[in-house]
Design a protein. Structure first.
Length: 170
């Protein structure tokens, strides 16, 4: 039974797609490059800037430009190839987003409900400040806590009378 499961499992197994395999594909980006290829200096500058905006699939906390992993080196070489052919920055980013998902971008796009993540802390800080302001205004409007006997509402008790008498004698 175990042998049968192993045979069936290997028959349906698929080879995982690695970063190196995704990078070794031929240049297949929708649409033609928008213009002529840039000069080699401009292409290198653009490739390094794009490499700083894309996440290394191995390190995941570093950009492709800063990482020394083989996958990051392959991705940076792929970025150079695409830029040298003449593809735009947006097309190159879309190419990698299609292959790795949006997490490959070091700065997420702000669409959908992502604005809550960015504006949520400011919103809570503003609401907290408004609450503190309203509380302070309310406290300042309250009357001072006076003794009931000072307002004449109730007669002085004997302890208060004794204390006042001792203070007057001094």
């Amino acid at each position: 039974m175990t042998l049968l499961l192993l045979i069936l499992g290997s028959a349906f197994a698929q080879e995982p797609v690695t970063a190196a395999a995704a990078v070794d594909e031929p240049v297949l980006i929708e649409g033609m490059p928008p213009g002529p290829p840039p000069s080699s200096e401009d292409a290198e500058r653009l490739a390094l800037r794009l490499g700083g905006e894309l996440r290394c699939p191995v390190c995941q906390g570093m950009s492709v430009k800063d990482s020394t992993s083989p996958a990051a080196v392959n991705m940076l070489n792929r970025i150079r190839e695409l830029v040298q052919v003449g593809y735009s920055e947006g097309q190159v980013k879309d190419y990698f987003v299609d292959r790795y998902g949006e997490w490959v971008l070091l700065e997420p796009t702000s669409r959908g409900f992502n604005w809550i993540v960015w504006l949520g802390p400011a919103l809570f800080l503003g609401l907290g400040g408004a609450f503190v302001y309203a509380t302070v205004v309310q406290w300042s409007k309250e009357e001072d806590d006076a003794l009931p006997s000072d307002t004449g509402a109730q007669p002085k008790d004997r302890y208060e009378e004794r204390l006042l008498a001792e203070l007057e004698d001094e």
